[in-house]
Design a protein around this ligand. Structure first.
Ligand code: AMP
Length: 276
């Protein structure tokens, strides 16, 4: 496993790799969710590249860029046994050298949900992922269902800008008690960690209701809200029941949907979703 920093080094290593190349973009502080993407890439591709870059342009001015958890040494130790070929850890000076001024803006699918709560977030995400795709030129790129809107945005961008890459979305990995794994979970105090359980519980409860015949989108949203309301420490930002591929909000009876939510617990913002 080679660990490279500069674009020149990355390109040099890239030339030695056999296709298909699978790229797993991450912001580091790796957990089993990230590793599940790496493992799927390892199974499906001849070569695997993992990028680790805490992308400053996808954080709002009031967000947690400064305190975002980082531990490169630990990340490299976690990746070593996974059969990764190249780990690319560019710094800000590699990705955004002085005078940088080009941005990728995906329009409709970035309007709602995370895009509405985090202005500019998806401009940063789309831009950095476009740059990662250009540098690594993977045939496949692996993303987590955990960030449902992100995968919709990346798919749209890849289609619109003719990136010859297949976008693969992998299931959300959860802790044994249901909490979706996230690098941000380390921010939670033990009490907050306990309160955070209500997020997945609310989604699971709605799925049970759906499976038992409740297919009305408004009722499903309300069910999630009601469960979340049982935990006063949880401040809800949105609950959505939307079409999975367009993220258009749904009303009335639905056969398929993605139920998603965002909430803060103390100073930590968490998101989660499930497919119905
Ligand atoms: P991040 O480092 O948070 O930017 O995440 C890097 C990639 O890992 C993204 O495609 C995420 O959607 C994915 N990911 C994060 N958490 C999970 C999880 N719990 N299960 C599956 N994928 C995840």
């Amino acid at each position: 496993m080679r660990v490279v920093i500069s674009l020149d080094e990355l390109r040099l290593e890239r030339r030695k790799l056999h296709p298909p190349i699978g790229l797993v973009p991450t912001m580091g502080y790796l957990h089993e969710g990230h590793l599940s993407l790496v493992r799927q890439a390892r199974r499906e591709c001849k070569s695997v590249v993992v990028s680790i870059f805490v992308n400053p342009t996808q954080f709002g001015p009031q967000e947690d860029l400064k305190k975002y958890p980082r531990d490169l040494e630990r990340d490299i130790k976690l990746l070593e046994p996974e059969g990764v070929d190249v780990v690319w850890t560019p710094g800000n000076e590699v990705m955004y050298p002085g005078g940088y001024q080009t941005w990728v803006t995906v329009e409709e699918v970035t309007q709602g949900l995370e895009g509405a709560m985090r202005p500019g977030h998806f401009r940063g995400v789309a831009t950095v992922v476009a740059k990662l795709f250009n540098a690594v030129q993977p045939q496949r790129a692996y993303f987590g269902q955990k960030d449902a809107q992100q995968s919709v945005v990346i798919r749209q961008m890849a289609r619109d800008l003719d990136f010859p890459v297949e976008i693969i979305v992998c299931p959300t990995v959860r802790e044994a008690d249901g909490l979706a794994m996230s690098s941000r979970n380390v921010y939670l105090s033990p009490t907050e960690r306990n309160s955070a359980l209500v997020l997945s519980q609310a989604l699971f409860r709605a799925r049970e209701a759906f499976d038992a015949g409740t297919h009305d989108a408004d009722q499903l949203r309300q069910l999630v809200m009601d469960t979340l309301a049982s935990e006063p420490a949880v401040k809800v930002q949105y609950v959505s029941c939307a079409q999975a591929d367009t993220l258009q909000e749904l009303h009335g009876a639905v056969e398929r949907a993605v139920l998603s939510l965002a909430a803060t617990i103390g100073r930590t913002r968490l998101i989660d979703n499930i497919f119905l």
